[in-house]
Design a protein around this ligand. Sequence first.
Ligand SMILES: Nc1ncnc2c1ncn2[C@@H]1O[C@H](COP(=O)(O)OP(=O)(O)OP(=O)(O)O)[C@@H](O)[C@H]1O
Length: 204
Amino acid sequence: MELTVENLACARGGVPVLEGVSFTLKAGQALLLRGPNGIGKTTLLRTLAGLQPALEGRVSVPPETMAYAAHADGLKATLTVTENLAFWARIFGQRGLGSALEDFNLTDLAHRQAQNLSAGQKRRLGLARLLVTGRPIWVLDEPTVSLDVASVALFGQAVKRHLQGGGAALIATHIDLGFQAEELDVTPFKAVPRQMDDFDEAFV
Ligand SMILES: Nc1ncnc2c1ncn2[C@@H]1O[C@H](COP(=O)(O)OP(=O)(O)OP(=O)(O)O)[C@@H](O)[C@H]1O
């Protein structure tokens, strides 16, 4: 599974933020998106994940090949940790939770409602969800927010296993994740700001 992005332009709130973005992400590869606050990393990831249309350009694979983890964890507050994972596994047509609980150190919390988890525990559950999607391309927006050092390491190991299994990961992050990865600074792709009419954007 290879993701090729060619000459992509994307907008937020009706204002173009990036244009001319091109890169390739191969199976087994992680690519870290870099750039200052507000440059458009989230917007680029939302566009690839199918939450909003691209203004122009080509993406070689559909959003259905991607598991997107946004700033919000998207947890069901009154479901337990296990129930949340089972819910997402069913949504993605997967059977069983595999190693999702163990890989993110959630086994002892398996029966706790998501609303009663700490911020870092919620984030671990949100990331464990990736493992039950079965999708090859992980698209992750600041995945380590709220994580302690040990949990960042768990996350790094999960990404490495995903890559070793033939998956790929596109990750917007400001920190060192502790594993080898290519980097793409999107700053040179900053668009000329202008207001557009009639721009459709979901999940604003
Ligand atoms: N809901 C929104 N409506 C309108 N404009 C928005 C919205 N969310 C973000 N923006 C603007 O879109 C631009 C790109 O934001 P984006 O979140 O993609 O940047 P980012 O590179 O991910 O930033 P950060 O590193 O701070 O997460 C910014 O100028 C931001 O202010």
